[in-house]
Design a protein around this ligand. Structure first.
Ligand code: ATP
Ligand code: MG
Length: 556
């Protein structure tokens, strides 16, 4: 790796150096540590790709560790969904599935060691008293009156806490560090609290639970994680992380911070996403507008496009906002390679071909011009078709190359037609176009000599199937909906983020597609089959449009 050093990001550089220096005998071991209190989102995807990615690059391993030390908000529903999502993204933790709660006995021993070494004490102060004695960043805190309890007294009180002899909130265990440290987190942090709560794995065994800072780093050490990658908000926890390693004399994992992923027009906070679900603003965690892995999956985003996105965004040391258009670009780029091109008419008008007397025939069509192995298919054609209403204009501007009265257009993979009659209803709305076709203009064997500039998509009215389309827009109308002081992110919800078109017409072959399959509707965008589909009525989610504003913008 050393010859590529220039192109390595700062985390890879640290790891490459550690390997060169023979640290941990050159071993690399990372972990992805979700708290099972919600579904994973695009920010977690970034962290997953980073942790599994660097381990893969340096022949290392990655653990999946559930950071489940808060019994109140966690559940096995979330554990299961997280496992499924990590797998779907394409990563494998082998048999290394761990739970912080499995280490509760070990954490307890660590706490006893600190007490015995005079480095932890039981404090009877209320949480308000503790807070008021904490001081401020510029003013030192004050020692608790319980700070100098004897080792024996602390041991017996802590055992009593574990045995359930005291009420919630009446006592905590604190590390004895330094009440005047410039780092507030070093001012005798609470490491254990009493909580009579049922835990999804340990049941009612415990009524004391360790705080995050006394669980996360210790879990890293127990698993001998070499590089513990976390987001920037933990930077000032690092001195405490290292203090515990030093005082407990445990494996020296190294914490390295990187910037969280923030995406424009998107919320990446489990708590706020839960709010969207609970308030019924979206239909659930897997609503296709949600930036959750399930939401993106249902929307039709591919694992590869998300991995490519994470790679492209890279790793930063400072917080920034990534344009959500980049993610959409990556999705489009991947789908372009792998989807078949099919035809669907979203807003139909009928075309009757008055001189067509063959009944029906089948038009050969290439499935995917980007992938020859996708083969060809036969599309039914007949004298009654649907085209999209915006492919016809009665009074078109100059240079309008689609259908107009008297004008000609090519039907994709089929014939050239000419519009002879426009039929309207009593309100003047166009309901039918009567056209003629040119029998010698068939695609691939055109001898007509006719020159037309426009090509439009169509479906045969007698063969097409009805379906539903769901068209999505951004869920938020503001670039950074959760950064406004006076307003809640809920004030920026886009009321038009979902448009349902309940009667579109699609090629019959689409009825062989299964839930999750993706397709490009020619000229309309990428769609995928939604789980709400039935055998009588399929439902297609628009994954992303065809227009590539991000790429264009960045070329200029
Ligand atoms: P949230 O703020 O959504 O609740 P969290 O950080 O509390 O997220 P965890 O389950 O603790 O959620 O996160 C698991 C891992 O994913 C952590 O290592 C965390 O740093 C990382 N992570 C979470 N959000 C992001 C993000 N936006 N960008 C990068 N990594 C993230
Ligand atoms: Mg967290």
């Amino acid at each position: 790796m050393s010859d590529k050093k220039e192109s390595l990001n700062f985390i890879e550089q640290i790891i490459a150096e550690d390997i060169e220096n023979g640290k941990h005998s050159g071993r690399v071991h990372t972990r992805f540590p979700p708290e099972p209190n919600g579904y994973l989102h695009i920010g977690h995807a970034k962290s997953i790709c980073l942790n599994f990615g660097v381990a893969e690059d340096f022949n290392g391993l990655t653990n999946l560790r559930f950071d489940d030390t808060n019994p109140v908000t966690e559940s096995t529903e979330y554990v299961d969904s997280i496992k499924e999502d990590v797998k779907w993204l394409g990563f494998d933790w082998g048999d290394r599935e761990y739970y912080s709660s499995d280490y509760f006995d070990k954490f307890y021993e660590y706490a006893i060691k600190l007490i015995k070494d005079g480095l932890a004490y039981v404090d009877d102060s209320t949480s308000e008293e503790i807070a008021s004695m904490k001081g401020t960043p510029t003013k030192p805190g004050a020692d608790s009156p319980y700070r100098n309890r004897s080792v024996e007294e602390n041991l017996s009180l802590f055992e009593g806490m574990k045995a359930g002899q005291y009420e919630e909130g009446s006592k905590v265990l604190r590390a004895k560090i330094d009440m005047s440290s410039p780092n507030m987190l070093m001012r005798d942090p609470v490491i254990y609290r009493i909580k009579f709560a049922h835990h999804h794995r340990t049941g009612d065994k415990w009524c004391i639970y360790p705080m995050y800072d006394f669980a996360h780093g210790q879990s890293d050490s127990i698993e001998e994680i070499t590089h513990s990658l976390c987001t920037l908000e933990f930077e000032n926890h690092r001195p405490l992380y290292n203090w515990f390693i030093e005082k407990l004399e445990i494996f020296p994992s190294r914490q390295i911070e990187f910037a969280r992923l923030n995406l424009s027009y998107t919320i990446v906070s489990k708590r706020k996403l839960l709010q969207l679900v609970n308030e019924g603003i979206v239909s659930g965690w897997d609503d296709p507008r949600m930036p959750t892995i399930r939401g993106m999956r249902r929307r039709g985003y591919t694992p590869k496009s998300i991995r490519n996105f994470a790679e492209r965004v890279g790793i930063a040391k400072r917080d920034n906002i990534i344009d959500v258009g980049l993610l959409e670009f990556m999705v489009r780029e991947d789908l372009n390679k792998v989807t078949n091109r099919m035809m669907a008419v979203l807003d139909p008008i009928k075309v009757v071909i008055t001189n067509y007397d063959k009944g029906e025939e089948f038009m050969e069509s290439v499935n995917n011009p980007e992938d020859e192995s996708a083969g060809v298919r036969q599309i039914p054609f007949s004298g009654e078709l649907y085209i999209d209403s915006d492919d016809f204009m009665e009074e078109p501007p100059k240079k309008y190359f689609r259908l107009k009265p008297g004008g000609m257009v090519r039907l994709k993979n089929a014939y050239i037609i000419q519009c002879e009659d426009v039929i309207k209803d009593s309100e003047g709305k166009v309901t039918q176009l009567n056209c003629v076709y040119f029998p010698d203009s068939k695609s691939g064997e055109d001898t007509s000599g006719l020159k037309v500039k426009g090509t439009i998509h169509w479906v045969s009215a007698n063969h097409a199937k009805e379906a539903e389309a769901r068209i999505y827009d951004r869920l938020f109308m503001d670039e950074s909906p959760d950064t406004h002081k006076e307003k809640s992110f809920l004030d920026f919800v886009n009321p038009n983020s979902l448009q349902i078109i309940n009667k579109i017409f699609v090629e019959p072959a689409l009825y062989n597609y299964s839930v999750g399959d993706s397709v490009q509707f020619l000229r309309k965008g990428y769609f995928c089959v939604d789980k709400d589909s039935t055998k009588d009525k399929m439902v297609f989610n628009q994954t992303v449009g065809l227009r590539d504003s991000w790429a264009k913008m960045n070329k200029n």
